[in-house]
Design a protein around this ligand. Structure first.
Ligand SMILES: C[S@@+](CC[C@H](N)C(=O)[O-])C[C@H]1O[C@@H](n2cnc3c(N)ncnc32)[C@H](O)[C@@H]1O
Length: 260
C-alpha cells in the first residue's frame, strides 16, 4: 500500500504550490521543497528570524527528549525540534486551518510530528509531562494568560519551558519589596512595575491580542506560575525551568490539595 510519505515524495513543485495556496493564508514562512508559504510576512522570514536569535540556547541534540509545542501553528518549531532528534514531538493548536498547514508541512519535510486540536486550557487532558514545552507567541493571545501558565506548570511541563511573548511598555524592572503598606502606592506609577495592557478591541488589526505585558510583568508571572528563569536570550524569549510554585500560587484546582 502507498504510504502518505510516498505520495508526498511524488508531489511535484506545482502540486505543493497549489496545496500551499489552498491552505493559506499562512503565518509561518516555511520552505516546502522550494515553495515559500508566507514570503510576504510583515515580520520578514518569520519565524526563522526569531528562531535564529535563541536556537543556540536549546540543546542541539534532543535525542530521547519529548517536546510539546503549544500553539504550534504551521509547525515551524515542531519541525525544528524533530530535526534536532527529539524522540516525540506533539504540536497542539485550537485552529484546524493551522493544523492542516502543519500536517502538510511535516509531510513535505518528511518529519514525524503528531498534531492535535487542543486548547492550552485543556492540556490537563494530555496526562503527560514533556521534557521541553514550547509556548511561543501565544500568551498575549489569551484572555486568561496566567491560568494558561498555571495549567502548563500543573500538567505538562516536565523540565524546560521556552516562552516568547510580545511585550509593550518599559524594559525596566523595578526592585520590589514582598509587601507594602496599604497607603503606599508610588510604585504603581513606575514604568518598571509589572503591568499588563488590556486590549479591549484590537491591536495591530488583530482582535486576538488581549493582554500585552511589559518586561517586568512577564518575568513576575513566569515566576509566580512556578518557573525559574534560566536565560533571556532575546527581548521576547525566556528559557525557564519548572520549579515549585511560590507560596500562594498554583491554586488552579485547589480541591486536589496542595501539590507543592
Ligand atoms: C502568533 S501564533 C504563534 C505560532 C508559533 N507558536 C510561533 O511562535 O510562531 C499564535 C498561535 O497560537 C494559537 N492559539 C491561540 N490561542 C490558543 C489556545 N487557547 N490554545 C491553543 N492554541 C492557541 C493560534 O491558533 C496560533 O496558531
Amino acid at each position: 500500500m502507498m504510504s502518505n510519505l510516498d505520495t508526498i515524495e511524488r508531489m511535484s513543485h506545482e502540486q505543493v504550490r497549489q496545496r500551499v495556496a489552498e491552505l493559506g493564508p499562512w503565518f509561518h514562512n516555511i520552505d516546502l521543497n522550494g515553495v515559500r508559504t508566507a514570503p510576504e510576512h510583515f515580520l520578514g522570514d518569520y519565524p526563522a528570524v526569531k528562531w535564529r536569535r535563541f536556537a543556540d540556547r536549546i540543546p542541539a541534540d534532543l535525542g530521547g527528549k519529548s517536546v510539546l509545542d503549544i500553539g504550534c501553528n504551521a509547525g515551524f518549531y515542531s519541525i525544528e525540534m524533530k530535526r534536532r532528534g527529539a524522540a516525540r514531538v506533539l504540536g497542539i493548536d485550537f485552529d484546524e486551518r493551522y493544523l492542516a498547514q502543519a500536517r502538510l508541512a511535516t509531510d513535505v519535510c518528511g518529519v514525524d510530528v503528531e498534531f492535535r486540536n487542543l486548547s492550552v486550557y485543556d492540556v490537563g487532558a494530555l496526562g503527560e509531562r514533556f521534557d521541553i514545552v514550547l509556548f511561543l507567541g501565544v500568551l498575549y493571545h489569551l484572555r486568561h494568560p496566567l491560568l494558561a501558565l498555571d495549567l502548563i506548570h500543573e500538567h505538562v511541563a516536565g523540565d524546560l519551558l521556552v516562552l516568547q511573548s510580545m511585550q509593550r511598555g518599559s524594559e525596566a524592572i523595578d526592585p520590589l519589596q514582598d509587601d507594602y503598606d496599604f497607603w503606599e502606592a508610588d510604585m504603581f506609577e513606575s514604568s518598571g512595575f509589572p503591568r499588563m495592557h488590556f486590549v479591549e478591541h484590537k491591536y495591530a488589526d488583530d482582535w486576538t491580542n488581549w493582554w500585552i505585558p511589559n518586561h517586568a510583568c512577564i518575568e513576575a508571572m513566569v515566576r509566580s506560575a512556578g518557573f525559574d528563569i534560566l536565560e533571556h536570550p532575546e527581548q521576547e524569549v525566556f528559557i525557564c525551568r519548572r520549579g515549585a510554585p511560590p507560596y500562594g500560587a498554583g491554586s488552579v484546582y485547589p480541591a486536589r490539595g496542595d501539590s507543592r
